[in-house]
Design a protein around this ligand. Structure first.
Ligand code: 10D
Ligand code: SF4
Length: 324
């Protein structure tokens, strides 16, 4: 059989696959800004520029910046004092910039302004004498960063409704709550309800701490998943907002898989599947979405459809030290 004939036959055999693509998806304004900060820091100071923690939770992004001259480390003590360092978008405890100042280092803070907003609220609540109940996932860098804005013992972490039941505050205690920016909107609402039921005096944040990007991406999956047999979420296993997108789809009864790259898709997942939904976490670049669609197109006759639930126009300014 000659090669062109075989190609035509394979194309004819490929059964149709409807590919729904959620919007908004992928990069948020805080991630765009953080990546640009690293690029601009390399331009300004020259390579290498150190970055404390993955700038955002995405291996493709991190590898791309490594090629441009970024060196990723987990802790500041891994950075030589005469080298510039960028703090990741997730934020850092106060002790980190304090240590950089003590060592007279050049540092650039890429903490997302929406995470910094939560940091400032935490400071204000402590000034008012309120103990903070913080809703978040233990061990996540944003949680470590936010809890590190206040003196030890002044913020208590809760992860679940059960944790709220285990709190030993009374209704006479001055309490306030704050949250991580990348939580499940629905789970958080339940935890907040439990807190308010036990502690009616608890002070809520001025505005929702879960950010616009997190809630928009969850909303889009809610609109898309019920019409899909399978949802693919492009994101890393350590990406909180991406993991939440998998949960949203699963709770609607749709199978969902977290993948970092197209080569992780097992063709068996597509058995009996007529419609696949695709979304991407806030740290996953669009090029990876196109890679996934192209991979599906190798196996099936793909038709693409958008499911848009919101428009996003948010842009954050770069720190002045990189624009002057
Ligand atoms: O794990 P995550 O969702 O907090 O971070 P990721 O780097 O995946 O996405 C960007 C979100 C940030 C920096 C936290 F707001
Ligand atoms: Fe900022 Fe939200 Fe993006 Fe996090 S997910 S970097 S809080 S915009």
């Amino acid at each position: 059989m000659n090669a062109p004939f075989q190609e035509n036959r394979e194309a004819a055999d490929r059964s149709p696959l409807k590919v729904m693509i959620a919007a908004p998806r992928g990069f948020c304004a805080g991630v765009d800004r953080a990546i640009e900060i690293v690029e601009k820091a390399i331009e300004k100071y020259g390579a290498p520029v150190y970055v404390r923690h993955e700038i955002v939770h995405n291996r493709y992004v991190v590898d791309g910046l490594k090629e441009k001259g970024a060196v990723f480390v987990e802790e500041l003590d891994e950075v030589p004092s005469d080298m510039p360092v960028v703090f990741s978008a997730h934020g850092v405890p106060k002790s980190v910039p304090a240590e950089a100042e003590r060592r007279e280092m050049i540092y650039v803070d890429a903490t997302c302004p929406l995470v910094s907003k939560v940091h400032r609220q935490a400071e204000r609540q402590i000034e008012k004498g309120q103990h903070i109940v913080f809703i978040g996932h233990a061990g996540h860098p944003e949680v470590i960063g936010t809890m590190g804005q206040v003196p030890a013992g002044q913020m208590t972490l809760v992860e679940t409704v059960d944790d709220v039941a285990g709190l030993s505050f009374t209704q006479d205690d001055a309490l306030a709550f704050l949250t991580q920016t990348t939580l499940s909107v629905d789970d958080t609402a339940e935890i907040v309800r439990a807190l308010q039921a036990r502690y009616p005096q608890i002070v809520a944040p001025k505005a929702e701490d879960i950010c616009y990007a997190t809630s928009n991406r969850q909303e889009a999956v809610k609109a898309m998943a019920p019409g899909c047999d399978l949802v693919l979420v492009i994101g890393a296993p350590n990406s909180s907002n991406s993991l939440r997108l998998v949960e949203v789809a699963e709770r609607l009864g749709t199978d969902a898989r977290l993948i970092q790259r197209a080569d992780e898709i097992d063709p068996d997942w597509l058995e009996g599947v007529g419609t696949v939904g695709i979304t991407a976490g806030a740290s996953a670049p669009e090029v990876l979405v196109r890679e996934v669609v192209a991979k599906l197109g190798e196996w099936r006759a793909v038709s693409e459809h958008k499911v848009r639930t919101a428009e996003e126009k948010m842009v954050f300014k770069l720190p002045r030290q990189l624009t002057e």
